[in-house]
Write a protein that binds this ligand. Structure first.
Ligand code: BEZ
Length: 216
């Protein structure tokens, strides 16, 4: 993915949205944000994705995380489209702002481009309160995203951040399941960090790197 990526600061662009106009860093300040792009309004996959985000909005809110959509059409079009989105996904309310990008000027600056199509993609950046990208997904326009995976990945990021990245989450991890202790943490430090203990898997290599702990 050429352009801004993990660890980079999202440019502080002035954007127009279905709610109000603001600079991105003002929106990102003080919380995490899920910023997700769409190729265009009144398209079927995008309609299902924005509807799903509307249905999951309370889950993001519970975690203190903001949502921010972007689609490559203007505000008037977005407002008309929201009626379709909510009608197609019962129970969905599009309570989050959607950025207007009718001339496709913003989307390349946010590195939300499909390099094969040379056009807008289904990209998603999880942005920290420091306006830096913590995670990115890049899907082509033909593949709708999985909102359960967005939430799961977000929960992993929030937990790792809470523990200063001294823990990591293993394959298919879900909240309340054991985490692993990061390889950079020596056993002595791990004992202090996890006074209730951790388990080291007995593996053929005897290297002791697979250390599992419960964190809450
Ligand atoms: C869609 O949202 O359905 C879509 C958008 C662009 C290309 C293909 C599908």
């Amino acid at each position: 993915m050429p352009g801004i990526t993990l660890g980079d600061t999202v440019p502080n662009l002035a954007v127009k949205t279905t709610h109000d106009n603001f600079k991105l860093h003002d929106y990102f300040a003080d919380s995490w944000t899920v910023l997700f792009s769409h190729p265009g309004d009144f398209t079927p996959v995008c309609t299902t994705e924005l509807g799903a985000m509307g249905k999951y909005a309370h889950e993001f809110q519970k975690r203190g995380v903001k949502l921010l959509g972007l689609s490559c059409d203007d505000i008037q079009s977005h407002k008309e489209w929201i009626k379709d989105i909510e009608a197609f996904t019962p129970g969905s309310k599009v309570t989050y702002p959607i950025i207007a990008d009718p001339n496709k000027e913003i989307i390349p600056q946010l590195n939300m481009i499909d390099p094969i199509e040379n056009g807008p993609s289904r990209a998603l950046h999880i942005v920290g309160p420091d306006s830096k990208i913590k995670l990115s997904f890049l899907y082509p326009s033909t593949t709708g995203r999985n909102m359960d995976e967005v939430l799961r990945a977000l929960d992993s990021l929030l937990l790792a951040s809470k523990h200063q990245n001294k823990i990591a989450t293993p394959v298919n991890w879900k909240p309340d399941e054991p985490v692993v202790i990061s390889p950079s943490v020596p056993d002595e430090e791990a004992k202090k960090l996890f006074p209730e203990g951790f388990k080291t898997a007995d593996l053929p290599s005897k290297k002791g790197y697979m250390r599992l702990a419960d964190v809450f």
